[in-house]
Design a protein around this ligand. Structure first.
Ligand code: SAM
Ligand code: SF4
Length: 453
């Protein structure tokens, strides 16, 4: 019996579910029971997957990781290495070896890639020449669809016209800049480089090139970021002219520099969950008032120039080929995270090995888990799609969960659809995790019924 009164699954019954349905955002979890590949078999299993030519290929993406930043931002958990020219150059050399080796595999050549993402860290810390070489190498060695989206992530600091033009010449056609906040006090406290007015002006210049979509990330909940400052940040997005924006709530993890600074009294507390919920509400209202097109719970576009192909594909059933230290991906049912340690990465590449210390074989039902995560990210679960994946009426079996959510103000039920309310959108990751857990419990229950029978 599943307890549909369990607040961890269905949330609190409260007049204010946006702020109080759950205590805090659940950590994303892969769901399903994937099995580790025994370490001695990691190399051969991956080689076998990359040697094979799939008869049918779904969407595929390429992810390349650049693990350097000039300065570590206080709130960030992605920081790996401080940018140093020698280290970046050595890394770039190894990266190009891995890129060409992976490009030559039969699996890679079997079908075109729809989206490429160069993420970090701060990929815009590569030199102008490296950006051009990287872009050209991707075009020269990988099969790409004619409308392939090639995103370069980074920040505007030291991203001059030379780098922008070089990246365009390399074939990058989408640029994603972390802004976080346009407020100079918030920025300095977070150790962001450049003041807010410099950032707005630079984004306006990049947009005025009229060469590619320019999208930005904003964070809400940072120390010193009051509701008024958040309102100005949202207005800053409009003023910048950027083609799209992601609004992310700050995830405050143990071990972040920000956390220590708060404990030492050097920074005020970041926003609590109810305040972040209010900030999210303001963000959603602001985007609606200004007729921004919503692409997901957290992402909006100004116009059709922003397509956000990588984000939507990588969150669904697309396969993602990873390249670089700290890159993660999944190919042929194998999920892997490449080593984050620079020395190990370079040693593996020099030894003609895959830099993969650990790999998992995807659990059966991986497609279902991916659909659930993608559906909640978009804000709607569709009965037809869900039931088609599992070939049974799972939507019907989940109805008690959906009804409990509806009672608690998290979703709205209509024929064949579960649509997230504003509160549900704020808690979308928590709801996705709750649904994945419930499916697991339903499956366990029906397995024990079979055994009992
Ligand atoms: C890993 S960063 C890379 C982009 C670039 N280096 C930059 O300076 O923003 C990508 C995005 O992760 C988000 N991010 C980083 N730390 C976060 C945190 N603690 N909570 C929520 N989002 C975070 C930020 O919005 C950032 O733009
Ligand atoms: S936000 Fe970007 S620049 Fe700052 S530490 Fe994280 S990855 Fe590096």
């Amino acid at each position: 019996m599943i307890d549909f009164n369990n607040v961890e699954l269905v949330g609190q019954s409260t007049p204010d579910p946006l702020r109080y349905a759950f205590a805090r955002k659940a950590a994303p979890h892969s769901g399903g029971k994937s099995a580790p590949v025994p370490p001695p078999q990691v190399q051969s299993a991956l080689q076998m997957a990359l040697d094979s030519v799939p008869t049918q290929s779904g969407a595929r993406c390429l992810y390349i990781h650049i693990p350097f930043c000039r300065v570590r931002c206080t709130y960030c958990n992605f920081f790996q290495y401080a940018s140093s020219k020698t280290m970046i150059d050595d890394y770039f050399t190894a990266l190009m070896v891995e890129l060409k080796r992976k490009a030559a595999q039969p699996w890679t050549q079997a079908a075109p890639f729809q989206a490429v993402y160069i993420g970090g860290g701060t990929p815009t810390d590569l030199s102008a020449e490296q950006l051009r070489i990287l872009g050209r190498a991707i075009h020269d060695h990988f099969p790409l669809t004619p409308d392939c989206e090639l995103t370069l992530e980074g920040r505007i600091n030291k991203f001059g016209n030379d780098k922008f033009e070089s990246a365009l010449a390399g074939g990058f056609n989408r640029f994603s800049f972390g802004v976080q906040s346009f407020d100079s006090k918030v920025r300095r406290a977070a150790k962001r480089l450049d003041d807010g007015d410099v950032v707005i002006k630079r984004i306006q210049e990049l947009v005025a090139y009229n060469s590619a979509p320019i999208v930005i990330d904003l964070l809400f909940g940072l120390p010193y970021q009051t509701l008024d400052i958040w309102q100005s940040d949202l207005e800053g997005y409009l003023a910048s002219g950027a083609h799209g924006v992601d609004l992310y709530q700050l995830i405050d993890m143990q071990g972040l520099p920000m956390h220590r600074m708060v404990e030492q009294g050097k920074l005020p507390m970041p926003a609590d969950t109810p305040t972040k919920a209010t900030m999210f509400e303001r963000g959603v209202q602001f985007m609606a008032t200004h007729h921004q097109r919503r692409l997901s719970c957290n992402h909006w576009a100004k116009d059709n120039r922003e397509r956000s192909i990588y984000n939507s594909l990588a969150k669904t059933t697309a396969e993602v080929l990873p390249i670089g230290a700290g890159a993660g991906g999944n190919v042929g049912g194998l999920q892997m995270m490449q080593t984050r340690k620079m020395e190990d990465y370079i040693a593996a590449i020099n030894a003609d090995q895959y830099p993969v210390p650990m790999m998992m074989r995807a659990a059966p039902g991986g497609e279902l888990t991916s659909y659930v995560k993608a559906a909640f990210d978009r804000g709607v679960v569709a009965k037809r799609t869900l039931n088609l994946i599992v070939n049974e009426d799972l939507f019907g079996r989940l109805m008690p969960l959906f009804q409990a959510w509806e009672k608690n103000g998290l979703v709205k039920l209509t024929e064949g659809y579960v649509t997230l309310t504003l509160a549900g959108q704020f808690w979308n990751v928590t709801l996705a995790q709750a649904m994945i857990r419930t499916i697991g419990m339903l499956n366990d229950a029906s397995q024990s019924d079979h055994v009992a029978a």
